[in-house]
Design a protein around this ligand. Structure first.
Ligand code: DGL
Length: 275
């Protein structure tokens, strides 16, 4: 029997866990190896070249751990690096995040859609190509929700400051008639309920995480690389930040599945981890 190879997943921090949880739900037999680069969070305000370097180093680490595919569970890293990662590692399947402009454009009745994402995502080619392809004739309202990633990293999912950031981001788009809001950052599903409360029932909130999990399944199926059998897979979470802090976030977010935590350390341009 071939040794089990994990699905590699990474994000700047805890955001990609919104995607990892969907993968764990859909593919429970798979081993998941998640890297949260909390030593460098947030990525969204960093130059694209720096995000590319970090993404490349994390990918190298995941491949050393024999990952059979890499899920770039970060819109910012996908915008900055997906293209170059695919060029650098042509035999590895990469699954990335693409802002869900297409379903938002299909869903809107008012012709106005809102996108919440980081500055780097909005600057990236991927976002602009997606807009050109799918947002034809629609009014698109963008917000970078400044400070929201940091609030979520701190586990402040319901604090007055978090709600204030969301109000500030959503009010202008709601006033403009937006009826479809895209979560273009993997941190934001952790405040989906808060967004829905502000936006009201007439507004559809689009979280791409379940679709990304289905894409992972399709990619692995195509390569006959899906894990067979019913034994539950292991979920390992490596953070380059503080393990206790990450565990506290999981508690705050109500994530209860068994996860093995490991610290990871940046040494120059490489990550090392100790179990
Ligand atoms: N979770 C990330 C994203 O999807 C990035 C947040 C950040 O580090 O700025 O864009």
């Amino acid at each position: 029997m071939q040794p089990k190879r994990p699905i590699g997943i990474f994000d700047s921090g805890v955001g990609g866990l919104s995607v990892a949880m969907e993968i764990a739900r859909l593919l429970p037999a798979e081993d998941l190896l998640y890297i949260g680069d909390q030593a460098n969070v947030p990525y969204g305000s960093k130059p694209l070249e720096r995000i590319q370097q970090l993404s490349d180093s994390i990918t190298r680490f995941l491949l050393e751990k024999k990952a059979k595919c890499v899920v770039v569970a970060c819109n910012t890293a996908s915008a900055a690096s997906l293209h170059t990662l695919r060029q650098s590692y042509p035999t590895i399947p990469f699954i990335g995040m693409e802002p869900a402009i297409k379903p938002a454009s299909q869903a809107t009745q008012t012709g106005a859609i809102g996108v919440l994402a980081t500055p780097a995502t909005f600057k990236g080619q991927l976002y602009n190509q997606t807009l050109q392809r799918y947002a034809n004739g629609k009014q698109v309202y963008q917000s970078t929700c400044d400070g929201l990633v940091e609030q979520i990293e701190a586990g402040e999912l319901n604090s007055p400051r978090t709600l204030q950031i969301l109000q500030k981001a959503l009010q202008p788009m709601l006033a403009a008639g937006v009826d479809s809001v895209v979560l273009g950052c993997t941190h934001y599903p952790f405040v989906l309920e808060q967004i829905a409360n502000i936006a009201g029932p007439a507004v559809q909130i689009i979280n791409p995480a379940p679709a990304v999990a289905r894409q992972v399944r399709a990619v692995l199926q195509e390569r006959s690389a899906l894990e067979q059998g019913d034994t539950l897979g292991n979920f390992t979470l490596i953070t380059t930040g503080d393990v206790d802090h990450t565990a506290a976030f999981l508690q705050a977010a109500g994530i209860r599945i068994p996860i093995t935590f490991q610290p990871g350390t940046w040494i120059g341009e490489d990550i090392t981890s100790h179990s």
